[in-house]
Structures are given as structure tokens and as C-alpha cells.
Design a protein around this ligand. Structure first.
Ligand code: RM4
Ligand code: MN
Length: 393
């Protein structure tokens, strides 16, 4: 396919200008596998420094104006002050991610734990997170539960679903009018036999029961190999129950690698369903978030690259000739319809994106701009000493 004509370019750049991608505070911090965490130089030592890094990503890409927090990793005394600092840096605080998976009490689960005292503690944390949202002005509470069992007979599936429903209901009822609950699912890990919210169907059923403020989050790394994620996107969008993405890519399990690295074609197919459902506009209410860990690669450039990967997949999805595709589908032209999609996918959108950035007053090449900026040299010097942030702080 040749480069798109002027009218198409205008339509696409218009849509891309409005695109918003949220970066996760924890991606700026140290992370690793269960075998080893390799610390990096210049890593933030507190939530303020994570936000400073996120602001650099936004300044260079122009499309990453919010940063998600994880509680307690990003606990501070004064959340309004943190929000004010973010605003000074040119970004805002995004989703609040609850964490009920890192306390000794949660060995047998958090909100589905057989012990009512542990369940109470877990629910109280979820309610605390809503208090934090009130202070930060965040719209979304993101819930991921590691709850599940390792052995047949270990606990009662049905009782655990009941406990989950009770916890979700209490939290849901605490939400303000403009706040939402985003329920994430994950096939397995750390529980290996059953997980209490293992798939989109389970998350969807709970969200449906809860009401309009509850929606499903699709973390792209949380499926069995070969799962057709774009079908899930289409289904949930049609049902009005898709709330957000946690983007990342995976070769094997929940690898949390850079989105678009393992399978850019899958990312394109996902973004095509978003465009097809007219859900790219921020007003459509879908939060496009990254949920990644940069264990061996430098973190800020990896996050910039990830944002660019989402942008490229989106540009290609926007390039799909909707009329030609619909005509081929109506005519039962299998090969023709497939060719329309593949033409868009094979188009090199990098020149168009470079032009768009120039139009927005940005450097056309954010990766090169970051390398030239001297920011890494600055944080390497400034952040020597102290305790680097990671999955425990
Ligand atoms: C989970 C899930 C959550 C993320 C944590 C760190 O697997 O993806 O979204 O916050 O990991
Ligand atoms: Mn996730």
C-alpha cells in the first residue's frame, strides 16, 4: 500500500491527536523475576520521582498525560500534594491500583480468604483506595486479585465467589458518582489450580451484577496462549463493559514485556476493534494503560517505545478502509476483506507519526530526543544513594 491520501491523513492525525495512554508508576521502578532483580541507575526512590519520569515520557510523546499509582507502593502522606506535584510537571494521576497480594495474611486469599477477619482487612484496603481517589481526583479503581487455590479440595469455589461478590459490592457502593471500578482477570499465577477471577467471563458476570460503574480490564498478558483477545475486546465493547486495558506483551505467560514487542499484529487487531467500536476517543471511557516491567532494558526509553508502539498500531487500525472492508464482507469476499485489513497493517505509519509530532511541536523521534535530553545523566547523578523504589515500596 502506498502512503495514505491527504484526506485520510487528516482523519487519522485528528484521531491520533486525541489519543491518551497512561503509564504505570511501577514501570519506572526496579522490578525483576522471582530469580533476581537487577537494579538500574537513576531509578526513582519515591512516588514523586516516578511522576517526574512519567512527565518526561509525556513531554516527549505528547500522548501520555496520566500516571497510574499502586497502593501501597506509592503511599504518601499527602495525596493532594502528590497530585499538585504531578500537575506542576504537566501530568495528572490516573488509576489507583489496589494491592491485596503482598501481605502475609493473604496466603489463602484476600477478599475470598476463608477467614472473615482477613476479608475485612482486604476490603478495608479497597475502601482506603477510594479515599485516595477522592484526594487525587482519580476516576478509576483497578482491582486485581491474586486469590485462588493451589490444590483440588483446598477451598470451596462457590463460597469464594460469594465472598468476592460481597467485597466487590461493598467497594462498589463506596464509589462516588464519577468513579469507576475496573475488574481485572488473570488465568493463573500466583494461584496454580484455580483463580477466583480467571477470565473475562467471570469478570463480566460480576461487573454486570454490580452495575454501570463496574467494568472489565483486559490485561493482554493474562490469557492462555492463542486466545483471541480482539474478540473479547469486541464483545465487551458491544456490551458496554470494557473499561480499560493493561497493555504489555508476552511470549509465554504474564511476561509484562513492552506492548507491541512480542506480537505487533495482535496489537493492531485489538486496536482495530477499538476503532471499529469508536472507542478511541477519551470520551468513550476506555483507559489505555500500560502494565509493564522493564527488568533488563532501560526503563524510560522502554516506556517511550511502548507508547510509540501503541500509537503505531492505532495509526494502522485507523488506516483500515472501513467502506472497502464492509463491501468485501457483504459480498462474502473472504480474501478481499482480509486484504483490506492487511493493507492497513503493512503500511509504514512512521512518517505520518513523525509529521504529527512535528505539528504538535514535538521532536519527530522521541527515542532520539530522550537520548539527547541529558535526563538520564541528570537522574543518575541526582538519585545516587537512598532506597530505590521497587515492588515493595
Ligand atoms: C498483576 C496485574 C496487576 C498489576 C500487578 C503488578 O499481575 O497485572 O494489574 O498491578 O500484576
Ligand atoms: Mn495488569
Amino acid at each position: 500500500m502506498t502512503q495514505p491520501d491527504a484526506a485520510t491523513r487528516e482523519r487519522i492525525t485528528q484521531a491520533l491527536r486525541g489519543q491518551r495512554i497512561e503509564t504505570p508508576s511501577w514501570a519506572y521502578a526496579n522490578s525483576g523475576t522471582r530469580f533476581k532483580v537487577f537494579p538500574q541507575e537513576g531509578v526513582p526512590r519515591n512516588p514523586y520521582e516516578k511522576i517526574a519520569d512519567a512527565a518526561v515520557v509525556h513531554r516527549l510523546t505528547g500522548v501520555a498525560p496520566t500516571v497510574a499509582l499502586h497502593i501501597p507502593w506509592d503511599r504518601v502522606d499527602d495525596y493532594a500534594n502528590l497530585a499538585g506535584y504531578a500537575a506542576d510537571q504537566g501530568v495528572a494521576l490516573g488509576a489507583i491500583n489496589a494491592n491485596v497480594f503482598q501481605d502475609n495474611d493473604y496466603k489463602l486469599g484476600s477478599v475470598t480468604n476463608p477467614d472473615p477477619a482477613v476479608r475485612r482487612k482486604a476490603i478495608d484496603h479497597l475502601l482506603d483506595c477510594v479515599d485516595i481517589m477522592d484526594a487525587t481526583g482519580s476516576r478509576d479503581l483497578k482491582l486485581w486479585f491474586s486469590d485462588g487455590t493451589n490444590y483440588p479440595g483446598q477451598d470451596d469455589f462457590r463460597a469464594r465467589q460469594d465472598r468476592l461478590a460481597v467485597a466487590l459490592r461493598e467497594t462498589y457502593d463506596r464509589l462516588g458518582d464519577d468513579q469507576r471500578m475496573l475488574l481485572e482477570y488473570k488465568l493463573f499465577e500466583p494461584a496454580f489450580y484455580t483463580t477466583d477471577v480467571p477470565d473475562w467471563g467471570t469478570a463480566y458476570a460480576h461487573c454486570l451484577e454490580l452495575g454501570p460503574k463496574a467494568q472489565v480490564v483486559i490485561d493482554t498478558g493474562h490469557h492462555a496462549p492463542g486466545t483471541n483477545i480482539e474478540f473479547i475486546v469486541a464483545f465487551l465493547l458491544r456490551a458496554g463493559k470494557l473499561g480499560a486495558f493493561d497493555f504489555n506483551s508476552r511470549f509465554y505467560a504474564d511476561d509484562d514485556l513492552m506492548v507491541g514487542a512480542a506480537d505487533p499484529f495482535q496489537l493492531f487487531r485489538i486496536m482495530y476493534e477499538i476503532v471499529r467500536g469508536d472507542a478511541l476517543r477519551p470520551e468513550a471511557g476506555i483507559a489505555f494503560m500500560l502494565d509493564q516491567c522493564h527488568n533488563i532494558e532501560p526503563k524510560i526509553p522502554a516506556i517511550i517505545r511502548s507508547v510509540l508502539n501503541v500509537q503505531e498500531a492505532t495509526a494502522k487500525a485507523l488506516l483500515v478502509d472501513a467502506d472497502a472492508l464492509a463491501a468485501a464482507q457483504r459480498a462474502g469476499d473472504v480474501l478481499g476483506a482480509n486484504a483490506v485489513l492487511m493493507d492497513a497493517y503493512h503500511t509504514d505509519v512512521r512518517p505520518l507519526l513523525a509529521e504529527l509530532r512535528a505539528d504538535l511541536g514535538l521532536d519527530p523521534d522521541p527515542m532520539a530526543a530522550y537520548a539527547r535530553s541529558g535526563y538520564f545523566e541528570k537522574i543518575r547523578a541526582e538519585r545516587a544513594g537512598g532506597q530505590q523504589a521497587g515492588w515493595g515500596a
